[in-house]
Design a protein around this ligand. Structure first.
Ligand SMILES: C[S@@+](CC[C@H](N)C(=O)[O-])C[C@H]1O[C@@H](n2cnc3c(N)ncnc32)[C@H](O)[C@@H]1O
Length: 221
C-alpha cells in the first residue's frame, strides 16, 4: 500500500439513493404539488415513482449533479445531470428542494431561482441544527455528510433565507423527532438499553426535530 492509496474512508452511503421506506416529505410533496414538478437534487428520482404510483399525472423534471450508477431510474422523466446553481430551470407548478439547500454556497439565491420557476409553490426540506442537543453529546446524522457546506440550519436562518429569497412560508412542519436523552451512552449493555426505553416511556425528554419542511410561496401574493 502506498500513500497514494485511499486508506481513510471518505465516502459514505447516507441512504438517500434508495429509500428504506417512503419518507414523510414524499407524502407532503404529493399532497402539496400543484401539477408539473421540478425536483432539484433529485438523486434517483424516487419521488417521481412514488407520486406516479399514487395517481399523480403531472410532468416530472429532475436535476442532479450526478447519475447514481447501479440504480434504476423511473421511465417518463426529464432528467438533467448538472449543477442546479447554473442550469436553467424549466417553468413548472411546483419546485421540490429536498435536502439540497445545505449543499450550495448561496441557498437564498437557489431558493429565489426556484421561486421564479414555480408558478405556484416551492417545497423545501432542510436539516435543522440543534446546537443545544450537541451539548448533550447527541450528534445529528447530517453533520457527518462531508458534501454539506455547513452543519444544517437554525429556524431563524430558515426564516431569513426564505425572506431573502423573496418568499414567505405558507405552511411548515417539524419532522423526525429526536429523543435527546444522554442515556444512549449506556447502550453497550442490553439491560441499560431496555431500561432506557422504559424510562423514555415514563418520562418526557427535551424535544428536538432533525428536519423542517416548508411550503414557500412568492411573498408578493
Ligand atoms: C441528500 S441528497 C437528497 C436527495 C433527494 N432530494 C431526497 O430528498 O432523497 C442531495 C442530492 O443533491 C445533489 N446535489 C448536490 N449539490 C447539487 C447541485 N449543486 N446541483 C444539483 N444537485 C446537487 C446530490 O448529488 C444528491 O443527489
Amino acid at each position: 500500500m502506498t500513500s497514494k492509496d485511499k486508506i481513510v474512508k471518505t465516502e459514505f452511503d447516507f441512504g438517500y439513493a434508495k429509500w428504506k421506506e417512503v419518507p414523510e416529505v414524499a407524502k407532503l410533496a404529493l399532497e402539496n404539488q400543484k401539477g408539473d414538478v421540478l425536483d432539484v437534487g433529485c438523486s434517483t428520482c424516487q419521488l417521481a415513482s412514488f407520486m406516479r404510483e399514487n395517481g399523480w399525472k403531472g410532468k416530472y423534471f429532475g436535476i442532479d449533479l450526478l447519475k447514481h450508477e447501479g440504480h434504476d431510474y423511473p421511465k417518463e422523466i426529464d432528467l438533467v445531470i448538472g449543477d442546479a446553481v447554473t442550469m436553467p430551470f424549466p417553468e413548472v407548478d411546483t419546485v421540490v428542494m429536498y435536502d439540497i439547500l445545505e449543499h450550495v454556497d448561496d441557498p437564498a439565491a437557489l431558493l429565489s431561482k426556484a421561486l421564479k420557476a414555480a408558478r405556484s409553490n416551492v417545497l423545501i426540506k432542510v436539516p435543522l441544527r440543534n446546537e443545544e442537543m450537541w451539548n448533550l453529546g447527541v450528534v445529528e446524522p447530517h453533520q457527518k455528510d462531508r458534501t454539506h457546506k455547513h452543519a444544517g440550519f437554525s429556524r431563524e436562518e430558515v426564516r431569513k433565507l426564505v425572506e431573502l429569497s423573496g418568499g414567505s412560508v405558507a405552511k411548515s412542519r417539524d419532522l423526525d423527532r429526536i429523543d435527546a436523552t444522554t442515556t444512549v451512552k449506556l447502550w453497550r449493555s442490553r439491560f441499560a438499553m431496555k431500561l432506557h426505553y422504559l424510562l423514555a416511556k415514563m418520562f418526557s425528554s427535551r424535544e428536538f426535530h432533525a428536519t423542517l419542511w416548508c411550503e414557500v410561496v412568492r411573498a408578493s401574493r
